[in-house]
Design a binder for this molecule. Structure first.
Ligand SMILES: [Zn+2]
Length: 111
């Protein structure tokens, strides 16, 4: 019996895991490159969310051993800070290096 690649994880497309579609964020509508995280640079966050998630980003950066400047325009963030902002973490890998997900966040097509 043949197994359809679209319904089986074995051999499925590694990007969409066989679903045939992926959700991607439109970063231009999600992030204002001129504004900082603290200054409302994440356009979908309220002021209180920016404060809360800013605290989370700073503490995650501290945990992984790098600074996260909440007052820097998002366009000036380094690659590690930008990855943390956009993709989050799956926790520390062996050796204490910062490991990022290869997958995009599930933010929906509306963004
Ligand atoms: Zn695919």
């Amino acid at each position: 019996m043949a197994i359809s690649p679209s319904t089986s994880r074995a051999g499925a497309c590694p990007i969409c895991t066989g679903l045939g579609t992926i959700c991607e964020a439109n970063l231009g509508q999600l992030i204002d490159p001129e504004r900082s995280v603290a200054g409302g640079g994440v356009l979908t966050w309220t002021a209180s969310q920016s404060e809360h998630y800013g605290w989370v980003l700073q503490n995650a950066g501290q945990y992984y051993g790098f600074p996260f400047d909440l007052n820097a325009p998002t366009k000036t963030l380094g690659p590690v800070q930008r990855d943390l902002l956009l993709y989050g973490t799956y926790g520390p890998s062996s050796g204490g290096t910062f490991r990022m997900s290869n997958h995009r966040p599930r933010l929906g097509r509306a963004l």
